[in-house]
Design a protein around this ligand. Sequence first.
Ligand SMILES: C[S@@+](CC[C@H](N)C(=O)[O-])C[C@H]1O[C@@H](n2cnc3c(N)ncnc32)[C@H](O)[C@@H]1O
Length: 266
Amino acid sequence: MRPRIIFGRFLLRLGKFIQSLSVMVMRPDDLIEHMRNSYAEPKNVEVWSKNSLVDSGLHEDETIVLKKIPLKKGRLLLLGIGGGREAIPLGKMGFDITGVDFAPDLVKSAIQNTAQKGINIEGIIQNITELNVSENTYDIAWLSAGMYSCIPTRKKRIKMVKRVNASLKQDGYFACQYLWTPRHMFSLKVEFARKAFAFLTLGNMSYEKGDVMWDDSHFVHLFRSEEEIRSEFEEGGFEVVHIDFPEGEVRRWAVLRKPVPNTRKN
Ligand SMILES: C[S@@+](CC[C@H](N)C(=O)[O-])C[C@H]1O[C@@H](n2cnc3c(N)ncnc32)[C@H](O)[C@@H]1O
């Protein structure tokens, strides 16, 4: 191969590596703030609020997962409501929706879009990692779009799971989507270089294997074993009713139940 092609390829790989270091420089709260700023940008508000998306209804996997929950009505806490795509069909089914989102214009847009279809929802502007809603109130909590993986650190994820748990009534359900890869993302050498970079920049010392920038605006933690994801849900106080690992799919669902006292397995 010609030396200039080899050099060009090296630069492309170097560029990708340098980009990947953004996750090592930003600490967990910076990563969340970075995502909030991106979603709040007018162009992204438009993406998640446009009619073609909002009117597209539930995705096939969402319909399947909903059928695994034995509740057909009640109060539903929709985490990361966006422009209201899921709120419309769920509201039409008879659920009473409270939508949470950290992008104020998306909350506004979800309220407007659902109102146009005759559905009244409650909108709350809040970061779901600091979820603060009424306790023992909701029958179902819903988190789609792989958003569980967008929460940096096991500690923050478990804290959120505990808060979701507290918001649910006994025997309430949490449908939660996360991202998965069985692959090892980086070699030991690259992993070491990334950690050294975090150390030298006083950056993200909470980095966990599987943490990557998905695109310019999204942090994601890719789960790599069933045990890893199950243990977070169980530590958060839930019983895992269903968890799926379809071949080749990156997005996966878990259906969790808040156990009634005395029935929880230890
Ligand atoms: C990928 S979009 C999905 C929107 C909607 N659920 C849908 O599928 O159409 C993710 C949504 O979650 C919100 N979001 C992301 N992280 C959040 C956080 N930490 N707290 C609150 N909202 C968050 C974003 O503002 C955005 O509206």
